[in-house]
Design a protein around this ligand. Structure first.
Ligand code: ADP
Ligand code: MG
Length: 732
């Protein structure tokens, strides 16, 4: 009798248990059972060897073609080379140890699974791919009787494996565990399973690990997807239900306050979208339950002014508003632009300030003690109607007089827990919450990651915006294109415009990870040169193509005061070219900048590139974005860049981005536990399951809010939230 909670060490022995824990993070029987095969190989079908990528860790099913043993320089040693084939392509396996033993097993015609890292061996005439010292298991070699028993039918599960724990060892472990497993009680309610034709958990686990045919795999997958979708949606439904039951102080619209005054001073007409979303938010704020709204808007669609109007409505109703930004640069910029937009309306209590005026406080982690004390005081006394800041606003020390609205800008950097931390600050009632993101999210992802929020979208850009033209600059193939790019910058500057040069890395320090956040810079081969660094590129440009221009530098390691000074100087036009890391990725708004050149653009993610280029073309001037890369035409990296160049539709790009990431990474940025709770579910492809699970979960929670009738489900949700919380604590 084996249960999910049992440790693998106990069931499989100390050695195996330790290997699974160390290399794959699998500790309990449940972990192993939830470690599903990535795909299934057909016993009769060999792996297409042409599809193997260099440096990839692979498990291939192939047939031994020939074996040769050669002497080595050291006369005591021999080298064995076996060539395996899929019928067309070939792959070479090399062994330096025990060549006789391998020779006796690897008879031509024998089929086996071979696992290892693909390396490439280039001679003048050929390109040979090989696996050095692969692990292997033979399928029809009678010498190894145990092997065949691992696989129940003609389907061979291929697991996400590690070099030290090959796929077939996982299959073996799964078999051992399944033989004695007593599956836990089913978390999916029985009537739900009946309605949707889902098999029970015990069957699903057997069929996913030891399927007899493809039909079993399909049924198991469908059921296991429901596990994930339903668990998450039930957790979110509970959260929505609880939030809706909470009291909040209504902050109804007034037509004789700050907001009205501000309206008469706006230098532009609000777009239709801004007005519609604004009305929605105004109505939310007037309710006596807290608003929980997600505002999605394309880069540059004008979310800030929508948020500011909501904040002013709150202040008019006697409350305070907090605006939380993900970076110091952005917090400082918001503080500057809000203060500027409000003019004397932000000079409350000062000589010459309007009598309706309030104050806008700035709170960041690295202010001087005096500035901080003053900000804290203004926030606590209520003198500041608006507080702008970074995570520093979340600290316990920060006390609001009457926090009515929390606005979170660029949500993808904040987790649910952080939202909760701010909500706590409103005392007995809950503040209204508005979350803004410029990362357009496909609907299913929004339902999952932000499933506890109502959503609205700003799809329209303010009138008069010119589109951003984006081009890929293949620096390796066409070096003169790069020269031309520098010339373009000089031309723009000579017309009084400004430019950004973005690099993936800061440089000039050991173990420098730069400000890379969600790029894929770490992936791929170790042999690639390190990405270009701000500290190298800036002097190179200043002394070369940009000599005579005013070149500034901005990155995450600068002192916050220095960051602020640089951004102010850039905004004031005192810097022509800003060489920066992704610190400028979100929200930075300097309408006079017209060109952006992104170096080593292939090192950034698709959505990140889209965010970055949103920094240009923000005024009436057309924007130009050049993606400089060494990636070769036709390579996957190059295709991603071509996709970014081909469209400015953020939704389309976020789809492309998502398709290329593991689902766990998507959630990882926002709210999943460390071991992503999504293994089987594909957010893009499983829209129907997510949709149906959401409906079921909402109905269940409406009827039984605390899930008394579903103890197993309730326990699973508690575990999920625990993981989330642990993750949050680790990060802070
Ligand atoms: P984002 O949605 O990316 O945060 P911002 O709020 O920073 O965009 O707005 C981008 C720029 O557009 C700002 O300079 C802002 O003042 C300007 N803007 C906002 N709304 C309008 C509008 N209705 N008409 C013209 N310009 C606008
Ligand atoms: Mg913004």
């Amino acid at each position: 009798m084996t249960t999910f909670e049992e440790s693998l060490t106990k069931v499989l022995g100390a050695k195996t248990g330790k290997a699974l824990a160390t290399h794959l993070g699998l500790e309990t029987v449940g972990d192993l059972m939830r470690h599903y095969p990535r795909r299934y190989a057909e016993r009769a079908e060999l792996t297409d060897l042409a599809s193997l990528e260099r440096d990839e860790h692979v498990t291939v099913l192939a047939e031994v073609e020939k074996v040769t043993v050669r002497p080595m320089r050291d006369p005591r040693k021999k080298l064995l080379e076996a060539v395996v084939t899929d019928g067309r392509g070939k792959l070479s396996l090399t062994f330096f140890n025990k060549p006789q033993w391998h020779e006796s097993r690897l008879k031509p015609g024998t089929r086996g699974l071979f696992a290892g890292k693909v390396s490439e061996f280039v001679t003048r005439t050929t390109r040979k791919r090989q696996l050095n010292h692969p692990e292997y298991v033979l399928l029809d070699g009678s010498s190894d009787g145990e092997t065949i028993a691992e696989f129940a039918g003609s389907l061979i599960p291929v697991y996400p494996a590690a070099a030290k724990v090959p796929s077939w060892q996982l299959a073996r472990c799964a078999r051992v565990v399944l033989d004695t497993l007593v599956a836990p009680e089913d978390p999916l309610p029985a009537d739900l399973r009946r309605r949707h034709g889902l098999i029970d958990l015990a069957d699903a686990l057997r069929m996913i690990h030891r399927p007899r045919d493809r039909g079993e795999v399909a049924r198991a997958k469908q059921r296991l997807k429901w596990d994930e979708a339903f668990l998450l949606q039930a957790a979110l439904a509970q959260r929505r239900f609880a939030a809706n039951a909470l009291p909040a102080r209504p902050r109804p619209l007034r037509d004789d306050g700050l907001l009205a005054e501000f309206g008469t001073r706006l230098p532009f007409e609000l777009t239709e979208g801004q007005r519609e979303v604004g009305a929605q938010i105004a109505a939310d704020l007037a309710r006596d339950h807290p608003m929980h709204r997600l505002l999605q808007g394309e880069v540059g669609s004008g979310k800030t002014v929508v948020a500011l109007r909501a904040m002013l409505q709150t202040v008019d109703a006697g409350g305070q508003a907090a605006l939380l930004a993900p970076t110091e640069v952005l917090a400082q910029q918001h503080h500057r632009s809000i203060t500027a937009m409000l003019g004397d309306l932000a000079e409350g209590g000062m000589l010459g300030g309007s009598d309706k005026a309030t104050r806008v406080a700035l709170l960041t982690g690295s202010q001087s003690a005096a500035a901080r004390r003053e900000a804290l005081l203004e926030i606590a006394s209520g003198a500041a109607g608006i507080a702008v800041g970074t995570h520093a606003l979340l600290e316990d020390k920060v006390q609001f007089a009457d926090l009515g609205l929390v606005v979170i800008d660029e949500q993808h950097r904040f987790g649910v827990e952080q939202r909760d931390a701010l909500r706590e600050k409103a005392g007995d009632t809950r503040p209204h919450v508005l979350v803004m993101t410029a990362t357009p999210i496909p609907r299913t992802v929004a339902m999952t990651v932000y499933g506890d929020l109502d959503t609205s979208a700003l799809t329209q850009l303010p009138a008069g915006r010119s589109p951003i033209a984006t081009h890929v600059v293949p620096a390796a193939e066409k070096p003169n294109y790069l020269t031309r790019a520098w010339d373009r910058v000089c031309e723009e500057v000579s017309r009084g415009r400004q430019a950004y040069i973005v690099c993936p890395r800061i440089g000039d320090a050991e173990g420098d990870e730069g400000d890379i956040s969600d790029t894929d810079a770490g992936a791929g081969s170790d042999e690639r040169r390190p990405p270009l660094a701000v500290m190298d590129v800036a002097p190179m440009l200043a002394d070369g193509p940009f000599s005579g221009l005013r070149v500034g530098v901005l990155h995450g390691r600068l002192h916050p005061d220095e960051k602020d000074r640089v951004m102010r100087a850039f905004a004031a036009g005192e810097i022509d070219v800003l060489v920066a890391t992704t610190v400028i990725e979100v929200g930075v708004d300097v309408p006079n900048s017209t060109v952006m050149i992104i170096m080593d653009a292939d090192r950034f993610g698709v959505s990140q590139l889209h965010q970055l280029r949103g920094r240009v073309g923000r005024g009436r001037l057309p924007g130009l974005c050049l993606l400089v890369t060494d990636a070769m035409a036709g390579s996957p990296a190059r295709e991603r860049l071509d996709a970014v160049a081909s469209t400015t539709d953020g939704f389309e790009l976020s789809r492309i981005d998502l398709e290329q990431r593991r689902e766990g990474d998507v959630l990882g940025a926002a709210q999943s536990g460390r071991r992503s709770s999504l293994r089987m579910l594909k957010l893009l492809r499983d829209e129907d399951v997510i949709e149906a699970a959401r409906q079921e979960a909402t109905a269940l929670v409406a009827e039984d809010p605390s899930l008394e009738s579903q103890p197993v489900l309730r326990a699973e949700i508690a575990r999920l939230l625990d993981e989330e919380r642990a993750e949050y604590l680790e990060k802070t």
